[in-house]
Design a protein around this ligand. Structure first.
Ligand code: WTA
Length: 635
């Protein structure tokens, strides 16, 4: 009866066909059989990509935390839900059972209510990868507050922008965080951000590094004493399937980050179902995703997907290089990890260290390996396959986005034959299309185009918070009646997809999406800068790195260039965060422009990538003479 767990390739095709022939019936069956609803839906799906408006399981009532916690209490009360591995390997790991997690979530839910947080209010969570992060996410969901997790590597000004955009009433943070041998003053960053955020009434502070911080009277509260006083049960708020669950910001090619809004019902069904199948999850597995909960991968595949399946999910606070490069493998061995899900940039960084760190460890418990976040190059794929998977664990190269909520194109392990660098086939229910520049769908195989999705799936983001027009313009306007992903892809002779990368001005650096425009805005704030253009170029560990072309104001041309580079990168660190720093900065007399004054980034990209033989005709530019001087001085 159930199509819940796919174990064979023929079965994949069978279930896939069913899911696209009668999507509503298909998802209705999955939703009905595998989740706990307070009330059933009246309509499975209504959608209109022109508005755009998408609703799944309309009229249904649920609380996602009852599916992630309560319903496991009778059969899995003492099973580990979250296995917390601290930054310092000498600090013991913490096994938080389903019962304990339920209690911790309920206590925090009571604290949130007591501090005046109501259903629909936004709560910004700015925490390191410690259990309080997952507990905070779930506590918000329990009371129906909308969480907005901000990755704790973002700067004060990036944090303030996100807090203000969604008008958050509260921030949950910690005194500080550990990152390898370093500590970071998170509370200090929050204090600085809040100078610009008038709507935040309270800040809850978890103690992690025992640093000396200032607490603002009446606004800041230590979390632990409040939890100690709180009651350990909380009746979950009954939510509509289409009520917002969370907002998560992602970079756009221009301007403000986009607050992607996800809703309760469809998101739950899709993340749980993909988790089960993409990782071939079984009851006694120990699953580990190395992402941070500050990104969508952590939301869907550390917290919601695994917990909805009653899984044990590892949460790692640290970094792969601390105390040394064997840390990941040490954790796999120590906790007998069965599924390991990471990013190509991490694989490349580890591969660079050779195999000595790997060989010391017993990795025999691993059965499925995953990758996400950017295209994986062939060399990294083989290294992962040979040295970590020992050629027996399938690699699931999972393509998806913050906007899609869950995995979209991926092999199903032990079912889909894998092919290096290919995300292979659409997941159940997903209908991809490749489009040409005229807006027509490209049929057949061995073709390349812009990747779109033709039909809604349950976890598609419903809007950009506060800006539905931008949602429409960004995703539903490039092609008629299609969701446009912003990625290019090719389809090989058997119909497998390979994602070739972004086709817009988003650059993926070490797996982080960065829009060029906000970085240029930060650079242009420097008083010596007249104009700048930022492009990506290939980097052997980060995938892409950033190359800035900068023209200086006449009065600053004589300034020491190394000092200027430092100042500019510091400005980027302050405005966005260290992840957006430029690897190369070239000062130039001018930037190549079209006659209408548009900067020709295509040319700058070619120069940065050392492909100057492919520049094409530059004679029609407004200022063709600058091109040669940029090439001559390229870094
Ligand atoms: C890229 C991360 C190739 C892609 C879940 C996408 C990938 C963007 C893959 C979304 C993959 C993600 N192969 N490219 N397996 N996975 N991408 O929103 O460009 O942080 O549009 O979501 O990452 O990044 P985001």
């Amino acid at each position: 009866m159930s199509n819940y767990h796919i174990k064979q390739f023929e079965e994949y095709y069978h279930v896939y066909r069913k899911s696209v022939r009668a999507p509503e019936q298909f998802w209705e069956e999955i939703a009905e059989e595998h989740f706990y609803w307070r009330k059933k839906w009246e309509k499975v799906l209504s959608w209109d990509f022109t508005k755009p408006e998408i609703k799944w399981f309309e009229g249904a009532k649920l609380n996602i935390t009852e599916n992630c916690l309560d319903r496991h209490l009778h059969s899995r009360a003492n099973k580990t839900a979250i296995l917390f591995e601290p930054n310092n390997p000498d600090e013991p790991a913490e096994h938080i059972s389903y019962k304990q997690l339920h209690e911790r979530v309920c206590k925090l839910a009571n604290v949130l209510k007591e501090k005046g947080i109501e259903k629909g209010d936004r709560v910004c969570i700015y925490l390191p990868m410690i259990p309080e992060l997952a507990v905070s996410v779930l506590a918000c969901a329990r009371i129906g507050a909308i969480h907005s997790v901000v990755f704790a590597g973002f700067s004060a000004s990036a944090l303030a922008t996100r807090i203000n955009d969604c008008d958050a009433k509260m921030v949950i943070t910690s005194d500080g965080s550990y990152r390898g041998a370093k500590t970071i003053d998170l509370k200090g960053i929050v204090d600085e951000a809040l100078d610009d955020c008038k709507g935040v009434a309270s800040v809850l502070v978890a103690k992690r590094i025992n640093s000396d911080i200032t607490m603002k009277e009446g606004r800041d509260f230590w979390l632990q004493p409040l939890l100690d006083e709180a009651y350990n049960d909380y009746t979950a708020e009954v939510m509509d399937a289409e009520d917002p669950l969370f907002i998560l910001y992602t970079s756009g090619s221009t301007g403000m980050p986009k607050g992607m809004m996800h809703t309760c019902g469809g998101y739950m069904v899709y993340t749980a179902y993909t988790f089960k199948n993409v990782f071939d999850y079984r009851e006694d597995d120990v699953y580990w995703c190395t992402a941070d909960i500050g990104w969508i991968t952590g939301h869907s595949y550390i917290v919601y997907g695994p917990l909805a399946n009653g899984a044990t999910t590892v949460m790692f606070e640290g970094v792969p290089s601390y105390p040394d490069f064997s840390r990941f493998w040490d954790i796999v061995e120590k906790h007998k990890v069965t599924q390991f899900y990471t990013a190509p940039t991490a694989i490349r960084a580890l591969a660079k260290q050779g195999t000595a760190f790997v060989e010391k460890h017993d990795l025999s418990t691993l059965k499925v390996l995953g990758t996400v976040g950017e295209p994986i190059n062939e060399e990294a794929w083989h290294w992962y396959n040979e040295n970590i998977g020992k050629k027996k664990s399938p690699i699931v190269d999972t393509w998806w986005q913050t906007e899609t909520g869950g995995i979209m194109i991926t092999p199903i392990p032990f079912s889909t034959p894998t092919k290096p660098t290919y995300a292979t086939l659409p997941f159940i229910g997903i209908q991809p299309a490749l489009m040409d520049e005229h807006g027509d769908e490209i049929q057949g195989n061995q073709v390349e185009g812009r990747l779109c999705i033709k039909y809604p799936w349950p976890s598609i983001a419903r809007t950009i918070w506060g800006n539905h027009q931008r949602y429409k313009d960004t995703y539903f306007s490039a092609f008629d009646n299609m969701y446009f992903t912003g990625d290019g892809a090719l389809r090989d002779e058997v119909g497998y997809y390979r994602i070739t990368g972004r086709v817009d001005d988003v650059i993926i650096v070490s797996g982080h999406n960065l829009g060029t425009a906000p970085i240029e805005d930060a650079v242009n704030e420097h008083q010596a800068v007249a104009e700048s253009a930022i492009v990506g170029f290939p980097h052997d560990v980060k995938g892409n790195a950033l190359y800035g072309y900068i023209t200086l104001k006449g009065s600053s041309e004589g300034r020491n260039q190394d000092n200027l580079r430092k100042e500019i990168n510091q400005l980027i660190t302050d405005r966005i965060g260290p992840i957006a720093k430029l690897d190369k900065i070239q000062f130039t007399a001018g930037l190549p422009k079209t006659r209408s004054g548009k900067i020709m980034r295509r040319i700058l990209r070619k120069i940065a990538s050392n492909e100057t033989d492919q520049l094409g005709d530059t004679s029609t530019l407004l200022n063709p003479e600058v091109v040669q001087s940029i090439i001559d001085n390229a870094l």
